[in-house]
Design a binder for this molecule. Structure first.
Ligand SMILES: *Cc1c(COP(=O)(O)O)cnc(C)c1O
Length: 473
């Protein structure tokens, strides 16, 4: 019992912890109230420890009660409480469009535009020509029309919102015809049939899973039909005995029967992927040329911009969409407009787009350049791990984000092998996820795999340090 009393007397008081030199710097950055709460919490935790260790039958325990140790713990707790939840991390998975990891990083000029607009007043809804009220949509429309060949454009929160708004405006209470092969789920349980029904339209399915013909569409058209919806099956690929109706054929039938053709592309591609040895992907301008009345796509997939849903197409239809009350609910903010405008600007020159837009830089990185980077990283990792554990192997990166599911992107991976004496690789993966910064990577059998394709060159030092720290734990 006297032991208990003396330990309690030894327990430093809260203000003693706050007087430790290390607190001085901390109190510059973190409000005193938070630091005080953290110190109180640590002192009370230690009081509990003393009580438990002194209770009858408890094992005797050495408890270190040095003020500096407790102050360090309080500081760590205060840091943890005030750390941001949303933080940057290193994507070593090789998945370029990674929805869990924020989809795609922005181009430098897009970030600069965003930050400039965020810090200042701007002409978001003011026409500088007339001095009167303008539309926020005017900042993007001309560029989108130029790139896509469409007459008009409107931009909303994301592609799901774009489809919803297009259908709600053009087909609420009426029938929309969709091929059974295109009733897809996109991810995060976003499903085309559900979004169509939520928009107020009635779904009419035609064809079969693998084959749908023009005559299938033709057979169901009646006076209640408003539109055909063609959905790009962007996240899976069907091979074998299949048939799909082309945009051009569907557009011709729609025109003949006085219906609309709405095409959801998912990814907004303006460049010709064939040139870069990637599987063909319909470009936005191809759908417009083929005669689609409205085309929808995402801003943050292959386009490489901020989260947005873009609708391009016929002027009269876009005007209806803009005047829909729901357009106000789904409208985009000034940050997105700034970042999207700057991203679209980069497409004016194809080489600039390839170099400046991170998605395209990563997509078109050559296997040789990735080999050099993997070997460079391996040399640095060889200083951390026992000889023989770090190797460079050939592998594949993925486009991800429900785009180009069959694309093979040859890469070189840096692999760190775990033998039984090296501990559990799953534990290591988890510790890296909690690291500073967190590192997300692939685990294949007993090896951690780092794909340089999605690791930025200016992150390499941070990566080496994060791994070194985890390895020392
Ligand atoms: C990704 C995708 C969507 C949804 O796009 P968001 O911008 O995430 O809302 C819709 N349709 C298709 C075909 C897609 O690939």
């Amino acid at each position: 019992m006297s032991d208990y009393q003396s330990l309690l007397r030894e327990l430093p008081a809260v203000d003693r912890l706050l007087r430790e030199p290390l607190m001085e710097d901390l109190l510059q950055r973190i409000p005193r109230k938070i630091v005080l709460q953290a110190a109180q919490k640590i002192v009370s935790l230690y009081r509990q420890k003393i009580t438990i260790s002194s209770s009858p039958g408890a094992l005797p325990e050495q408890i270190n009660l040095s003020p500096i140790l407790l102050a360090e713990e309080a500081a760590a707790l205060a840091e943890k409480i005030t750390a941001p939840n949303l933080k940057t991390l290193i994507n070593a998975t090789g998945v370029i469009i990674h929805t869990n990891l924020g989809r795609v990083p922005l181009a430098r000029t897009a970030v600069e535009a965003l930050s400039e607009i965020a810090r200042n007043y701007n002409n978001l809804e003011l026409s500088l020509d007339s001095g009167k009220r303008g539309s926020r949509q005017d900042h993007l429309e001309a560029r989108l029309c130029e790139l896509s060949g469409a007459e008009a454009a409107v931009v909303v929160n994301n592609d799901a919102a774009a489809i919803f708004l297009a259908l709600n405006t053009a087909a609420s209470g009426r029938e929309v015809v969709v091929s059974r092969g295109q009733l897809v789920e996109i991810g995060g349980s976003f499903r085309i049939p559900e979004i169509l029904i939520a928009s107020g339209a009635r779904l009419v399915e035609v064809g079969t899973t693998n084959k749908t013909y023009l005559r299938d569409y033709e057979a169901v058209v009646n006076e209640n039909t408003a539109a055909f919806l063609k959905v790009h099956t962007s996240n899976y690929h069907m091979i074998g005995f299949t048939a799909e109706v082309s945009t051009a054929d569907l557009a011709a039938l729609a025109r003949k029967r006085n219906l609309l053709l709405i095409e959801d592309l998912g990814s907004g591609v303006f460049l010709d992927l064939g040139k870069y040895h990637l599987p063909a992907e319909p470009r936005v301008q191809d759908s417009i040329t083929a005669g689609a009345d409205l085309v929808t796509f995402s801003g943050d997939k292959m386009l490489g911009g901020p989260q947005a849903g873009i609708i391009v197409g016929r002027k009269d239809l876009i005007a209806y969409i803009r005047s829909n009350q729901l357009a106000r609910i789904l409208r985009i903010d000034k940050f997105t407009i700034a970042a999207l405008e700057a991203t679209l600007h980069l497409y004016l020159d194809e080489d600039t787009a390839l170099q400046e837009i991170p998605v395209w830089r990563m997509l078109t990185a050559s296997s040789e350049s990735l080999c050099i980077r993997a070997n460079g990283l391996a040399a640095r990792f060889a200083e951390i791990f026992r000889p023989g554990r770090v190797t460079v192997i050939e592998g594949l990166s993925r486009v991800g984000g429900g785009a180009l599911p069959t694309a093979e992107l040859p890469t070189h991976l840096m692999a760190v092998r775990f033998d039984p004496e090296d501990g559990n690789p799953e534990d290591f993966v988890e510790k890296l996820r909690h690291g500073e910064p967190p590192v997300i990577l692939r685990l294949q059998q007993d090896s951690l795999l780092f794909d340089p394709r999605t690791i930025f060159e200016d992150q390499e030092d941070l990566l080496v340090e994060a791994v070194r720290k985890v390895n020392q734990l």
